[in-house]
Design a binder for this molecule. Structure first.
Ligand SMILES: Cc1cc2nc3c(=O)[nH]c(=O)nc-3n(C[C@H](O)[C@H](O)[C@H](O)COP(=O)(O)OP(=O)(O)OC[C@H]3O[C@@H](n4cnc5c(N)ncnc54)[C@H](O)[C@@H]3O)c2cc1C
Length: 377
């Protein structure tokens, strides 16, 4: 296994639980910092139950059972996760580091400080050239899974083989401690003419804010300037009380990248190495976790019996690629809905969204909560 991010550690834990001897190599010396994914959706929570990670996650998470779309202080519509007929009718929110800790229980300790530089797939094994930990070495294994995030794509795919979409959008993000509020467990999307502002609950009275930002290349991108832009967005788009509570702001751009295949012989590719999805929509990590949860039983059978479950792997690959395309399209729709528009277009957009939320019943919560993923069937 290459990569000790959430996806790699889940697969390592799931394989170890099935008695497979797993070895994980990881380039970083310590587990990753930084705040990224915060929401775990119903199919993932169901898939993690058997290994015990769901209980560990739910012990720490906020269970968000309701989302609201608001505009200029008015409620446009409600998204009810608690009306979905699934085992976990909510989105569980918690910082990615806590999710990673919950997933890693039962997985072997990764071999840290080891970077994979080259991958070679032979008929009966996969060889990895590695650097770090006292020099260059070659490792080999009967099966290798790449779960090494976006940076490792080039180890596996020719750049021209990847389907890439670069979006013009840029966002500001911050997690902040807030005073108690009546909607502390509600996710809120504020639609504004100036761009979207998302406001999501986190444990301990914290919230995650994500705001559409004008093109950062053309603007002052110093940390203080970013913070001021985020504060202005909070004041203008419906979260004025939070403006003074945010103390930092990071910026991110978005891309969509999809691999043409997830498998070459004994090499498999999952998580962000296979599909990068815009965080607007909150499905990237969930998609990778479902790749891992659905792959683990197939690899365990292969290793235990020595017989490749070729038909099952082909079906797995087809389902996971289709699910990645669906998640990418969802994120693209979310981004389009959140772009700045004129006041007149904004008024029409807000009315249309309110009517659509009222008319479509469970479709929106189902789509948002990954109910359209192949693993949710
Ligand atoms: C701002 C932001 C917000 C997000 N919010 C959400 C959200 O709310 N919901 C959601 O589902 N997703 C979200 N995501 C996406 C989510 O963070 C990623 O999809 C997820 O981290 C991918 O996990 P991974 O294990 O595939 O890759 P990574 O987390 O990138 O882990 C890969 C690991 O592999 C290691 N590695 C890389 N190259 C090598 C190498 N050559 N050799 C050895 N090791 C290597 C890395 O050091 C790393 O530890 C967000 C992303 C961002 C940027």
């Amino acid at each position: 296994m290459v990569g000790a991010g959430p996806v790699g550690m889940l697969l390592a834990a799931e394989l170890a639980r099935r008695g497979v001897d797993v070895h994980v190599v990881e380039r970083r010396d310590q587990s990753g910092g930084g705040s990224r994914a915060i929401g775990l959706h119903a199919p993932v929570l169901a898939a993690l139950e058997a290994g015990g990670a769901t209980d560990r996650i739910l012990d720490r998470a906020v269970r968000v059972s309701r989302g609201e779309a608001r505009s200029d202080g008015r409620l446009l519509g409600v998204v009810r996760f608690d009306r979905l007929s699934v085992r976990h009718p909510y989105v569980a929110t918690l910082p990615q580091a806590l999710t990673e800790a919950a997933l890693a229980v039962g997985a072997p300790e990764p071999q840290r400080g080891t970077t994979v530089r080259r991958v070679r797939v032979d008929a009966d094994e996969v060889r990895l050239e590695t650097a770090g930990g006292g020099g260059e070495r070659e490792l080999s294994a009967p099966i290798v899974v790449m779960a090494a995030g976006v940076g490792a794509r080039d180890l596996v795919f020719r750049p021209a083989a990847l389907a890439r979409t670069r979006y013009p959008d840029r966002y500001l993000m911050s997690d902040a401690d807030l005073p108690p509020r009546h909607d502390a467990e509600t996710a809120v999307v504020h639609l504004a003419a100036g761009g979207v502002l998302e406001s999501f609950p986190l444990p301990g009275g914290r919230r995650r804010f994500v705001a559409w930002d004008a093109d950062g290349d053309a603007r002052d991108d110093e940390p203080d300037a970013r913070l001021e832009r985020l504060r202005a967005a909070l004041r203008e788009r419906g979260e004025a009380d939070a403006a003074e509570a945010v103390t930092t702001a990071t910026g991110f751009r978005v891309r969509r990248v999809l691999a043409p295949a997830l498998r070459r012989g004994r090499l498999l590719v999952i998580g962000d190495s296979a599909h990068e999805i815009s965080p607007i929509g909150g499905q990237g990590m969930n998609l990778g976790l479902l790749d891992a949860a659905t792959l683990a039983p197939l690899l365990a059978v292969w290793l235990r019996t020595g017989r490749e479950p070729a038909a099952d792997l082909a079906r797995w690959e087809r389902d996971r690629l289709r699910s990645a395309r669906t998640a990418g399209r969802m994120a693209a729709v979310n981004m389009r809905l959140g772009r700045p528009v004129s006041a007149a277009t904004h008024a029409v957009r807000a009315r249309t969204l309110g009517a659509a939320l009222a008319a479509t019943g469970s479709l929106v919560p189902r789509a948002y909560a990954m109910g359209l993923d192949a693993a949710a069937r």
